[in-house]
Design a protein around this ligand. Structure first.
Ligand code: BDR
Ligand code: CA
Length: 312
């Protein structure tokens, strides 16, 4: 039976790549893709979800959830890496949606209709999930699993010295989700930073004659340019695709039960994920955290799930 998943995304180039992997995957039943503001503002995130689905035209179109601006100020966005429009400034046209369903309603309805069997793969700020739990607190124990791309355990942040981007965008929401009684898996930056995909990726993408191949050849070159300009890297990170991989191929990862919370106030540390790693911890474990992965196999799996040329 394919695994029922909701992808909660703020596209974002690595979010878009994760959607390309998930929407053609026979192991997954993607019941909804819900947008959240993060890499770009809420309205653009919704538009980008639509654009991605229209461009790649998967065999089954999921429900789409529309993002609304966060309750708290969004302190920053990801334009420096993902372009002004969030998708490398390719400027895809989209059809006008007749009705828009808010992301939080789409998530609530989907979880209620299949209690304890939906995995939510959260690849952006946790705004939508926190709203869902605020409106319907029972829901947090009806979600099968939440896999979160975000946070950092030992390493530095990527948007401030202390904070990872997704958590920093909405720390209050992240704290709410971290403290909820849901079953959670965190795929942190320490791990996702270990993989850098080089230009060889272009030799492995699906043929240009396929919709996914054509789409990725449009959005990936701007990402490679941005990583070179911003970090001097000859390659890109694909945080969200790795988080998706951890959700569907957990056997390629090692996990540890940990106790985590989020700093919401610190002048220098807002958005920092804090773990109780004392010899005698006082906090209770509230999530499993991916701490290691079989890098080569994860890369091979990313390419395979994109429908590309196998990696030897
Ligand atoms: C996260 O930040 C975003 O820019 C990416 O899409 C990813 O979700 C990594 O820190
Ligand atoms: Ca993202």
């Amino acid at each position: 039976m394919p695994k029922k998943v909701i992808l909660d995304v703020d596209p974002g180039i690595d979010d878009a790549m994760a959607l390309c992997m998930a929407l053609f995957d026979p192991d997954l039943d993607v019941i909804a893709v819900t947008a959240v503001g993060g890499n770009c503002p809420a309205d653009k995130a919704t538009r980008n979800v639509q654009a991605i689905i229209e461009q790649i035209d998967p065999p089954r179109w999921p429900r789409i959830g529309a993002a609304s601006p966060p309750d708290h100020r969004l302190p920053v966005d990801g334009r420096y890496l993902h372009g002004d429009d969030g998708l490398g400034d390719v400027k895809f046209e989209v059809a006008e949606l007749r009705t828009r369903h808010p992301s939080e309603k789409v998530i609530s309805d989907a979880v209620r209709s299949a209690p304890n069997s939906v995995t939510i793969i959260a690849l952006g700020p946790l705004t939508n999930l926190a709203r869902v739990f605020q409106r319907d607190p029972e829901l947090s124990s009806l979600v099968g699993q939440i896999v979160i791309s975000g946070g950092t355990v030992k390493g530095p942040g990527n948007i401030t010295p202390a904070a990872e981007f997704n958590i920093y965008c909405d720390p209050e929401a992240a704290r709410e989700v971290f403290r909820s009684p849901s079953t959670k898996t965190l795929v942190p930056l320490d791990l996702t930073n270990q993989i850098v995909l080089s230009y060889d990726l272009f030799n492995r993408l699906p043929e240009e004659s396929t919709k996914v191949g054509k789409f990725l050849r449009k959005i990936l070159p701007p990402a490679f340019r941005a990583y070179r300009q911003q970090f001097g890297l000859e390659g890109i990170h694909v945080h969200d695709s790795i988080a998706l991989c951890a959700a569907v191929n957990p056997e390629l990862f090692a996990f540890r039960e940990m106790a985590a919370d989020v700093e919401t106030m610190g002048e220098l540390t807002a958005g920092m994920t804090v773990f109780d790693r004392r010899r005698v911890p006082a906090w209770r474990h509230n999530m499993e955290v991916a701490i290691e992965m079989e890098e080569k196999k994860v890369v091979a799996e990313l390419i395979r799930r994109l429908g590309g040329e196998p990696v030897e």
